[in-house]
Write a protein that binds this ligand. Structure first.
Ligand code: NDP
Ligand SMILES: CC(C)CCC[C@@H](C)[C@H]1CC=C2C3=C(CC[C@@]21C)[C@@]1(C)CC[C@H](O)C[C@@H]1CC3
Length: 348
């Protein structure tokens, strides 16, 4: 099945209307979460306690710091020599002709200046590493305020550091994600990578700084076990697929059962990918739960990431299914018949 592109490509994210709503909603949500995390009641739903004055929102020092951080990351990104793929291409779904929709999804697939690939750079470096840096700053602030960081703060920092370290260690795996191969570099990814990730993914640490939570060793051990289980599934599933895609006769995956497709590529139908069609999402969601649990159960706010991430992965899974059905046709239908559950065995 040839993929449909250009103005005839099926519209995603609710089309131009959905894209317009998200353009407004996403920054507003991020702003609301940041204000709520530092307010007394820390309400996820409902208005924040007080709106800051305009003078608080503008800081030349913060802008300078941000630019210096971007400059440092760009210099590090340019250090090693690497191969560069296609010179220029339009994103399959981001050139519908509707300016709002195309602005949201991104028209250019890989905007570049010489070797500098803006999308690939932004996907992993300034925002993702910035998230860890913000977490660390919050941990240090807590130590300054209360003498030492709390156990809950250590856990949140440790878990999220492991997650980001893992992404950087397996950096090349990002090249095969739909963000790189399918989506353009529009508002969604630019805002997502540079603002949404560092400022909303660090919400648990922000909450803990303003709302300290008691956490005993037995509960902390249970939470560590949940995170380790999630990471085991996440890493096992991702590594199995990546190893198989690189070299199907690698002894670690050669014994797995597969389905042949008309493209010449095969689909794994045993191992992690024979349990559900997205075992890596399941592991990621279990980790998301472990990141919220150190914040206790008195507030919904620290669980925002888990709720948002469930919605993001359910939507992402549906997008990936559509793309795989286009790529693999009947073989994909056969895979779905053999592995009926998408993310959670016997549930979804
Ligand atoms: N923290 C966050 O905000 C986010 C985290 N993530 C994480 O990033 C990681 C990457 O996720 P994502 O990019 O969505 O996609 P996946 O890593 O799940 O890759 C999906 C692709 O894998 C291939 N594939 C699917 N099924 C099989 C199979 N049975 N056998 C072999 N290949 C198969 C197909 O591509 P092909 O056949 O072309 O190889 C498919 O398009 C995940 O671990 C996810 O949890 C993702 C989004 C946001
Ligand atoms: C602003 C919107 C609500 C959506 C923004 C989505 C982006 C924040 C995410 C889209 C895919 C992502 C991936 C990762 C981070 C979040 C974004 C950029 C990872 C780099 C996280 C670490 C994993 O190991 C790999 C992920 C690839 C996809």
């Amino acid at each position: 099945m040839a993929p449909t592109q250009g103005p005839r490509a099926p519209l995603e994210f609710g089309g131009p209307l959905g894209a317009a709503a998200l353009l407004l909603l996403l920054p507003a949500t991020m702003f609301h979460l940041l204000l709520a995390a530092r307010s007394g009641p820390a309400r996820l739903l409902g208005p924040p306690a007080s709106l800051p004055g305009l003078e608080v929102l503008w800081s030349p020092r913060a802008l300078l710091l941000w630019l210096a951080w971007l400059g440092l990351q760009a210099a590090l990104y340019l250090l090693p020599a690497r191969k560069v793929a296609p010179v220029s291409a339009l994103a399959p779904g981001g050139n519908s002709g509707n300016p709002i929709y195309d602005f949201f999804l991104g028209r250019e697939l890989n905007p570049r200046i010489c070797f500098f690939d803006f999308k690939y750079f932004c996907e992993l470096r300034p925002g993702l590493i910035g998230w860890v840096l913000i977490n660390l700053a919050l941990l240090m602030k807590e130590a300054e305020l209360r003498g030492s960081p709390s156990l809950a703060m250590w856990l949140v920092n440790g878990f999220q550091l492991l997650y980001v370290g893992d992404a950087l260690w397996h950096e090349e795996a990002v090249l095969t994600t739909m963000d790189i191969t399918h989506d353009g570099f529009g508002f969604m990814l630019a805002f997502g990578d540079m603002a949404w990730v560092p400022f909303t993914y660090s919400l648990q640490a922000q909450f803990l700084l303003h709302h300290p939570q008691p956490l005993g060793l037995p509960m902390a051990s249970v939470i560590c076990l949940i995170n380790a289980t999630g990471y085991y599934i996440f890493r096992g599933a991702n590594s199995q697929k990546n190893t198989f895609r690189k070299n199907p006769s690698d002894p670690r995956v050669a014994g797995l059962e597969t389905i042949s497709t008309a493209t010449g590529r095969k689909l794994l139908v045993s191992g992690w990918w024979g349990m559900v069609r997205h075992p890596n999402y399941l592991g990621d969601l279990i980790m998301a739960l472990a990141w919220s649990l150190p914040c206790g159960v008195s507030h919904l706010l620290p669980y925002f990431y888990l709720l948002y991430f469930t919605a993001l992965l359910v939507h992402r899974e549906a997008r990936d299914e559509r793309q795989c059905l286009q790529k693999y046709g009947l073989a994909w239908q056969e895979y779905c018949r053999r592995v009926p559950y998408r993310i959670m065995p016997y549930i979804y």
